[in-house]
Design a protein around this ligand. Structure first.
Ligand SMILES: C[S@@+](CC[C@H](N)C(=O)[O-])C[C@H]1O[C@@H](n2cnc3c(N)ncnc32)[C@H](O)[C@@H]1O
Length: 217
């Protein structure tokens, strides 16, 4: 099955046959990642008096990781980036993605070529760690200031949007740490609140009305 798709802003994404879901909004993968994870999430912690620790649920294509790496470089902010992925894409699939040309960087494939389960300093400003397991199996090693919560839709994977899941994440989130996600569904908002986050709705990218930002209180 052909997995590669082109979204409305010209950036690529993938389809998951396993979950029958696309990895990004069809209205624009790059636009979505920049709007939610970079601008609403990571940018809100920069400048930072100390290195920023990021956790991403769902490495997927690596687009969020690439954009976080770029921002770490341009702002000279040391970032430690941990991501978990249960069903990695292949290197051949990663090579098909048009992110290097859209973001003017040659660094993209380094994220996919990096080994699993070890801290890899990809630059003086960006240390990368990816874990090949499910979120439910993951034992965290650090506290995070920023969380990119990018699981497939709650209708496809309701088990990843529960109070229990967010309570585990809250336990790893630094005070005032932020979690951002594209889903603004009521069940997601309520589960985040029950886990101890202060949740606010924000304008989404393109035609998407709302996305969520949750602050650990
Ligand atoms: C919406 S996509 C992530 C998109 C990604 N952040 C990107 O920038 O391309 C969701 C990802 O979660 C992964 N996934 C699904 N179930 C998982 C689980 N239980 N634990 C960890 N990863 C999972 C999928 O394989 C997929 O790569």
């Amino acid at each position: 099955m052909e997995r590669l798709i082109t979204t409305a802003d010209g950036s690529h994404s993938l389809m998951s046959p396993l979950f029958n879901q696309q990895y990004h909004s069809l209205q624009g993968a790059l636009t979505e990642s920049i709007h939610i994870y970079i601008n609403l999430g990571l940018q809100s912690k920069i400048p930072s008096p100390h290195p920023i620790s990021i956790f991403e649920m769902g490495f997927g294509t690596g687009l969020n990781a690439l954009l976080a790496w770029q921002l770490a470089e341009t702002t000279q902010t040391p970032v430690h980036y941990t991501t978990v992925e249960a069903y990695p894409i292949t290197l051949a699939e990663a090579r098909q993605l048009n992110y290097p040309s859209l973001t003017n960087t040659e660094d993209f494939l380094a994220l996919h070529q990096a080994g699993w389960g070890e801290d890899i300093p990809l630059s003086p400003y960006f240390t990368f760690r990816k874990e090949n397991r499910t979120l439910q199996e993951l034992s965290h090693r650090r506290q995070y200031e920023v969380i990119f919560y990018d699981a497939f839709d709650p209708r496809a994977q309701p088990e990843l949007w529960t109070t229990e899941i967010f309570t585990n994440i809250a336990a790893q989130t630094a005070p005032n740490g932020v979690l951002v996600t594209y889903s603004s569904k009521g069940i997601v908002k309520r589960a985040l609140q029950a886990a101890g986050f202060l949740v606010t709705k924000h304008r989404g990218p393109g035609k998407k009305f709302h996305v969520l930002k949750a602050v650990k209180i």
